[in-house]
Design a protein around this ligand. Structure first.
Ligand code: ADP
Ligand code: NA
Length: 330
């Protein structure tokens, strides 16, 4: 039978994706191409829920797309596109917003957390309706499955509710998507602050391994990673979060189990683990960086790839919107 359709998006809000994005999400995007009809989206409409410099946003959107092709998203098999290139996202978000209760949207914990951090006067209505736009992203393509981490469960629930509500009120129109739980994704922590998640908003760039970092800085960051007291190389989340993180990264990149790594490094110091880990990081990152640079150097080629992705996405989105517009009474 046909492969289930999957939709996933990522924001173009950093100059490079980092190791956490790669191991926690993007590597699964590559793998899902074997099992799914994949739609992958660089979500620049979501990015502007907080202020963005236009030139920076435009550059980061292209760099994000180039990195996705570089890690192995195959334009022959998958539809990779930029959200703002397909106008139907904003149109469907408006219609779904009119079906969303104010109280219902107010219960979204991610909004509560983010707006509390920003303060009410700095918080846009776009940030408030972000989950409705996310619902539009998913429902436009009639996605069967959406990969979700814990933090996105509530948003997917809202998407399902909106699909069912629309179908009930206007007639069967949308597929109700299911959560797709990818095989255990590694939670990667900051190399300088190993109890905090590796994030583009980390306090120090030394704690983040960026896919586009040069070999020198990458090696340095790994060698200077914060480790723990003692000398033993064992995974122990509570007492040895630094070493545990390094083992987890090593395990994910070299596809070796953590117990196997513990046996390999028995009796050796942290330096040996870090040296091998730096080599593993370079093996993975270097070809990705080189392919990204090549794609960015050929603007016309990247434009063609993105235009093709947008064409394929638009064909599906338009078909959905034709039905939606008709049912709503437009
Ligand atoms: P950031 O945390 O840098 O702001 P995003 O929130 O944009 O990154 O996350 C994009 C994707 O990468 C999400 O699927 C998220 O779960 C994943 N991700 C981000 N950081 C990590 C991490 N440290 N470990 C595992 N996955 C991560
Ligand atoms: Na984040």
């Amino acid at each position: 039978g046909a492969r289930p359709r999957v939709l996933s998006g990522i924001q173009p809000t950093a100059d490079s994706f980092h190791l956490g994005n790669y191991l926690g999400a993007l590597r699964q995007w590559v793998a899902m191409q074997d099992t799914h009809d994949a739609f992958y989206c660089v979500v620049d409409l979501h990015a502007i829920t907080v202020p963005q410099d236009p030139a920076v946003l435009r550059r980061r959107t292209r760099v994000a797309a180039a990195q996705l092709f570089a890690i192995g998203i195959d334009p022959e098999r998958s539809t990779l596109f930029v959200q703002s290139h397909v106008r139907e996202h904003a149109e469907l978000a408006w219609i779904l917003g009119c079906l969303t209760g104010f109280g219902e949207a107010s219960r979204m914990t991610q909004f509560k957390d983010k707006s509390a951090k920003q303060g009410t006067s700095a918080t846009s209505i776009g940030l408030f309706t972000y989950p409705v736009l996310q619902a539009a992203d998913i429902l436009l393509y009639q996605a069967d499955q959406v990969p979700v981490g814990e933090d996105q469960r509530q948003h997917l629930e809202l998407t399902r509710t909106l699909a069912q509500r629309f179908n009930h009120r206007f007639g069967e129109t949308f597929v109700t998507p299911e959560a797709f739980i990818p095989e255990a994704t590694a939670k990667i922590t900051d190399l300088q602050e190993p109890t905090a998640k590796m994030s583009k908003s980390s306090s120090s760039p030394q704690g983040i391994l960026d896919l586009l970092d040069e070999p020198g800085p990458l090696r340095k960051k790994v060698m200077r990673a914060v480790t723990d007291t003692g000398t033993e190389i064992v995974a122990d989340e509570e007492n040895k979060p630094g070493v545990t993180n390094l083992l987890r990264i090593h395990s994910a990149l070299s596809e070796t189990s953590i117990p196997d790594l513990e046996r390999r490094y028995a009796g050796q110091g942290y330096g040996a683990l870090k040296k091998d880990l730096a080599a593993a990081v370079l093996d993975t990152f270097t070809p990705i960086r080189e392919r990204t640079e090549k794609l960015l150097a050929d603007e016309a080629q990247l434009d063609r790839l993105l235009a093709r992705g947008a064409d394929r996405a638009s064909a599906v989105a338009r078909q959905t919107m034709d039905a939606v517009r008709d049912r709503v009474g437009f």
